[in-house]
Design a protein around this ligand. Structure first.
Ligand SMILES: [Zn+2]
Ligand SMILES: [Zn+2]
Length: 180
């Protein structure tokens, strides 16, 4: 019984992180009336100042404004609320985790803490890994596990390699043109 619960928890945790990864990727696509982008912009305009304790409204899952709150609710909370109807215990466990992570850890403690570097950021998208997303936007979309960025080749090193290829192709093109 217990083992089945943990297997289910693991499976749904992976699906949940895949969902949030996908929503985050879409939020960074440029197309007209991209509502996800409209609300996600708030996450990128927030100034992280090393606050150790969350603002009071965070405890009530209100993140300083409707757009910032919708960003969190749509990216993380909504699928777990729907999961309550399918796998109640699993959904409740993930909701408790989501609540504590979002309120106490997501701002300056883990996600936006530039002092967290090294091996751990290869597996958990915190500190320097997530800060590169804030710097370059088009990479490191994963939340909670870096797995999806590695699987879909959207890490910052993949972005570097892609940009390098584009630069080389452009360079080859201009040198060719000069030689004509
Ligand atoms: Zn983003
Ligand atoms: Zn962030």
């Amino acid at each position: 019984m217990e083992a089945i619960f943990f297997v289910k928890l693991l499976v749904y945790f992976f699906l949940w992180t895949l969902y949030s990864y996908t929503i985050h990727v879409i939020a960074h696509l440029n197309f007209r009336f991209n509502f996800l982008k409209y609300i996600h912009v708030k996450h990128h305009s927030y100034k992280y100042t090393g606050l150790k304790w969350p603002p009071l409204s965070d405890y009530f899952f209100w993140f300083g404004g409707l757009r910032a709150s919708l960003d969190v609710w749509i990216t993380f909370t909504l699928p777990l609320l729907l999961l309550l109807f399918i796998e109640f215990d699993v959904a409740l466990t993930l909701l408790v985790f989501h609540y504590f992570y979002e309120v106490f850890l997501s701002r300056d403690i883990l996600d936006h803490n530039p002092n967290i570097t090294g091996k751990i950021t290869r597996f958990i998208p915190i500190g320097s890994f997530h800060m590169k997303h804030h710097k370059y936007y088009k990479c490191n979309y994963s939340l909670f596990i870096t797995f999806w960025d590695y699987l879909f080749r959207t890490t910052d090193s993949c972005l570097d390699a892609r940009n390098k290829k584009i630069r080389e192709a452009r360079h080859a093109h201009t040198s060719k043109a000069e030689n004509v």
